[in-house]
Design a protein around this ligand. Structure first.
Ligand code: F6P
Ligand code: MN
Length: 291
């Protein structure tokens, strides 16, 4: 595990340095399996992840947002299955706003994990005004800051505040939402005096939630019928981080994300709500009316 932790830190340092010196954020001619336009930086960062991880003998295999299928590595002795979104929020590239990388590490025994409960660590890097690296294991989330060429521990044992001032959701989908509890929840957020914050980069919006409390959601809607975010390398790792920071991670139907069965299709989507304690109570209240 130490090998993978160090490798992920090196990957994120390399990406951070690359981003600060690169000046061609052009598009490639491709879309990925999920239908997103692929930037050249998506490909470059995916290669950085793949190259480093392929040198870790403890890895059974990995799945990336940018690869159609799973890459199998050491299937004989590898103990960990790694998932990643190498460049999250890539629509922010052209406008020089926050982007990130998301990753999760599952403990496996000669086969793929069975659910998100097989995660033993996950984290993300946020390439913002400074680069931070968040690493979460069972019961503990720590934050490192990039200083020179090294990540230095900056905050230990992060605990999400029970209540926050902000809710993060793409409000422009409001008229396409399909779930009455979702509509009520967000109407009530406004009546409670909370403000909307939406960076359009999951890492940046979840980072705000982690430090300041509140909620992050991407419900299903008429356009994204299964939700927009991908279960394996976006929803599972972020849910693991939030749960280990004393928050909660559920689907809009109030099912725990980490309990969802590992899908056949590694690009499967899910609805998601990440919440502090009081925000969870607010949301779950609606279910007592509609059991
Ligand atoms: O990876 C998908 C993603 O870019 C997330 O980082 C972000 O939360 C979301 O999509 C943004 O969605 P929208 O385009 O609806 O703002
Ligand atoms: Mn993403």
């Amino acid at each position: 595990m130490k090998e993978i932790f160090e490798s992920l830190q090196n990957i994120c340092i390399e990406i951070s340095k690359y981003l600060s010196k690169s000046h061609s954020n052009t598009y490639s001619n491709n879309t990925n399996t999920s239908g997103d336009i692929v930037h050249n930086l998506d490909i470059i960062t995916n290669d950085i992840f793949s190259d480093h991880l392929s040198n870790c003998p403890s890895i059974f295999g990995f799945a990336s947002e940018e690869n159609d299928n799973i890459n199998y590595l050491n299937t004989k002795n590898g103990k960990y299955f790694v998932v990643f979104d190498p460049l999250d929020g890539s629509q922010n590239i052209d406008v020089n706003l926050s982007i990130g990388s998301i990753f999760g590490i599952f403990k496996v025994d000669n086969s793929l994990p069975k659910s998100g409960r097989y995660l033993v660590a996950s984290g993300y890097a946020l390439y913002g005004p400074s680069t931070v690296f968040v690493w979460s294991t069972i019961g503990q989330t720590n934050l490192y800051k990039l200083v020179g060429n090294k990540f230095i521990l900056d905050k230990e044992n992060i605990r999400i505040p029970d209540v926050g001032k902000y809710y993060s959701v793409n409000e422009s989908n409001r008229y396409r939402w399909r779930n009455d509890n979702i509509r009520k929840f967000f109407n009530d957020q406004i009546s409670l005096g909370k403000s909307n914050r939406w960076d359009g980069c999951m890492v940046a919006d979840v980072h705000r939630l982690l430090l300041k409390g509140g909620s992050f959601s991407y419900p299903k809607d008429e356009k994204s019928k299964d939700g927009k975010l991908r279960l394996v390398y976006e929803c599972y790792p972020m849910s693991f981080i939030i749960e280990n920071s004393y928050g909660f991670a559920i689907t809009e139907d109030n099912f725990q994300i980490l309990d969802i069965e590992f899908p056949q299709n590694i690009h499967q989507k899910s609805s998601i709500l990440l919440l502090g304690t009081q925000e969870l109570n607010n949301y779950q209240n609606y279910f007592s009316f509609y059991p």
